[in-house]
Ligand binder design. Structure first.
Ligand SMILES: *Cc1c(COP(=O)(O)O)cnc(C)c1O
Length: 435
């Protein structure tokens, strides 16, 4: 089977579609996803968990909330892990059953809790005691019992970037694992809650299974303690976090290694396990297609200025993340260059002093491994268009998210009546000079 992203006759393809055809039809920058790569990753993750009999897989929607992507994952039997009512809307619109949706997130508003109760979602992951109290009251008033688990913070350093670590005690997520027994006991008495277990999620882009294993083992001890205290524990949500190889040659834990570790730690738990993979499913399935605008001399290395920017792909600016940059028509020649976008910030730099395919103005190139935390983090900074998304399936492709042009953003803005032209105290400087 051909690889989803592969050069044929000197041109980079996504499945059976040459990227220049997409650039010609859709323009650049644009995200391009491979259906086959999405399905492969979804199946590989599930296959890795084969030793675990009772499980529910919920795709972390924040990694890629595109409706077509969610629909494809729904067909693979994935539910959704959501962190907002907006993500719930997307998951439901993609045909994911409400019962397959898990609501995570440290700041669910009362309105969001209410919307999710009305929709009948499958599980609420409580982040603090008061949230449980409020949810229980809202559910009881409707004659419902909200299915819920308590998210614990195991105080583990996941060994990943600080901004995507979530399981250290100074992080905002979950309740301290040492307080969990007491909080669980109080929440379990509330009639509006069907409290059924524990959740955990210690961070993203985890390259080492060690911290996860320690965290899971701590959860296992908590489950025993909870049962000893008389609670019925039927569900444990192990979160997401499995890392991806962004740099060529990086070795990351496989789903099979992850599954074997999970089975080893949890085989005596006698619960249904839940998993919330995001990055692992979508990351490798997407590239950000871009055109080289200019190659300009730099103090040390030349700058390759591309038409994609930090507003389209924020990870390098946010986390110093590495995205491999490859030419769509590589000649075999190499250059050492900095790669930067048009946004007026020095932070809008994708790479410094990197050895890349030689490119010149007008060439197409891609940033790889951009299918997760790519388009979903895009903004309109610098009044740039919201980047479009394209899905490839075999020799077909379709725009699955439009480019939102500055005209549309302008149309959503309003000038209050009290700002009138009469308020102008002097002629605009440029106009006066021109006169
Ligand atoms: C972000 C997040 C995930 C997904 O993490 P990945 O690293 O993308 O797998 C899962 N669960 C929760 C609660 C999250 O916040």
């Amino acid at each position: 089977m051909p690889l989803p992203f592969e050069c044929r006759d000197g041109v980079l393809y996504v499945e059976d579609v040459a990227l220049p055809a997409i650039a010609a039809a859709v323009g650049t920058p644009a995200y391009v996803y491979s259906s086959a790569a999405l399905r492969n990753a979804a199946r590989a993750f599930r296959a890795g968990l084969a030793p675990i009999r009772r499980k529910h897989l919920a795709f972390a929607v924040k990694a890629n909330p595109n409706l077509a992507v969610l629909k494809l994952l729904a067909a693979e039997g994935y539910g959704a892990d959501i962190v907002s009512a907006g993500e719930m809307l997307h998951a439901l619109a993609a045909g994911m059953p409400a019962s397959s949706i898990i609501f995570s997130g440290v700041g669910k508003s009362r309105r969001e809790l209410s919307t999710a109760l009305d929709a009948g979602i499958g599980q609420f992951n409580l982040e603090l005691e008061e949230e449980g109290v409020v949810l229980a009251a809202m559910a009881a008033a409707r004659g419902q019992r909200a299915p819920a688990v308590l998210r614990v913070n195991p105080d583990i350093d996941a060994g990943t970037h600080a901004k995507i670590s979530t399981g250290r005690k100074q992080n905002k997520f979950g309740v301290a694992i040492d307080d969990a027994l007491g909080i669980y006991a109080r929440l379990s008495k509330l009639e509006g809650l069907a409290l059924r277990g524990i959740a955990i999620h210690i961070g993203s882009q985890l390259s080492d299974l060690g911290p996860l294993e320690i965290a899971y083992a701590r959860v296992g001890r908590l489950v025993s303690d909870l049962r000893a205290a008389g609670h019925t524990i039927t569900h444990v949500d192990l979160g997401g976090g499995l890392g991806l190889s962004y740099r060529p040659g990086d070795v990351m834990p496989s789903p099979a290694a992850y599954g074997a570790m999970v089975w080893r730690v949890t085989r005596d738990w006698n619960v249904a396990l839940m998993f919330e993979p995001g990055r692992f499913i979508a990351g490798d399935a997407g590239v950000l297609l871009t055109e080289v605008l200019w190659v300009k001399p730099g103090a040390v290395d030349p700058y390759v200025i591309v038409d994609a920017a930090m507003n389209d792909l924020a990870r390098p600016a946010l986390y110093d993340a590495f995205h491999d940059f490859v030419a769509v028509r590589p000649t075999g020649a190499r250059m050492t260059a900095n790669i930067a976008g048009p946004v007026c910030e020095s932070g809008d730099t994708f790479a410094m002093g990197r050895d890349i395919d030689a490119v010149s103005a007008g060439d197409l190139a891609v940033f790889r491994t951009a299918g997760a935390y790519g388009a979903t983090m895009a903004s309109t900074y610098n009044c740039r268009a919201l980047v479009p998304e394209v899905l490839v399936d075999g020799d077909r492709f379709a725009v699955v998210a439009d480019r939102i042009a500055p005209e549309a953003m302008l149309a959503a803005q309003h000038i209050p009546a009290w700002i009138t032209d009469e308020d102008r105290t002097s002629e605009p400087v440029l106009a006066r000079k021109a006169a």
